[in-house]
Design a protein around this ligand. Structure first.
Ligand SMILES: Nc1ncnc2c1ncn2[C@@H]1O[C@H](COP(=O)(O)OP(=O)(O)OP(=O)(O)O)[C@@H](O)[C@H]1O
Ligand SMILES: O=C(O)C1=C[C@@H](O)[C@@H](O)[C@H](O)C1
Ligand SMILES: [Mg+2]
Length: 180
């Protein structure tokens, strides 16, 4: 694994496992791990739902863009992004140009099963969270695919297998693109 250079960046919908798998990947590769959501919470001292409440989604997105811009200037780190980070063109370009971007893909039904009891995702605090996830999937799946260099299917509950598959994919990609 040591022949892989460059940042490794995870994108995908809420519950795809960007934070979970990102930490495992960083651990395995002995790299520093950053999670843009966590950095925003550390800096503001409040939770994501509180930021949405006080500043709206627009305020959160402004903070997210600033953090993504900063994190993508790091070298050889693993970055888990927030699910909506790809909505801004500025973020998409920053991510694409400063690392190997991996889209963790899973179906809305699978995602909801993982996160249905977690109240920390303001966009899903609605009467029909599955419909919301389906709407986000329709809107964002094409954007995730267009932004990513690699797509990894993570519908499987065995995240350990996902980690091994992720590492294989990164290896293949870094052989094709030697500067990575
Ligand atoms: N492959 C998997 N199989 C089963 N459960 C998983 C898998 N990946 C993640 N999970 C679980 O799903 C939940 C959400 O995962 P995680 O927080 O990593 O998602 P995320 O992509 O970072 O979401 P967000 O965009 O909201 O930050 C966690 O409880 C995690 O343990
Ligand atoms: O998908 C989204 O838009 C979000 C995902 C989370 O990671 C957080 O960034 C926030 O809850 C918004
Ligand atoms: Mg996360």
């Amino acid at each position: 694994m040591n022949n892989i250079a460059g940042n490794l960046i995870l994108i995908g919908l809420m519950g795809a496992g960007k934070t979970t798998l990102g930490k495992q990947l960083a651990n395995k590769l002995k790299r520093i791990f950053y999670d843009s959501d966590q950095v925003i919470c550390e800096r503001t001292g409040v939770s994501i739902p509180t930021i949405f409440e006080l500043e709206g989604e627009a305020g959160f997105r402004t903070r997210e863009t600033a953090v993504i811009s900063e994190l993508t200037q790091q070298k050889d780190v693993v970055i888990a992004t927030g699910g909506g980070a790809i909505l801004q063109i500025e973020n998409r370009l920053n991510l694409q140009q400063n690392g190997h971007v991996i889209y963790l893909h899973a179906q809305p039904e699978v995602l909801l099963n993982r996160i249905r009891h977690d109240k920390n995702r303001p966009l899903l605090q609605v009467s029909d969270p599955l419909a919301k996830l389906q709407e986000l999937y329709s809107l964002r799946d094409p954007i995730y695919r267009a932004t990513a260099h690699t797509v990894l299917d993570v519908n499987s509950p065995y995240s350990f297998h996902s980690l091994n598959r992720l590492i294989r994919l990164i290896r293949q990609h870094s052989k094709q693109i030697p500067q990575l």
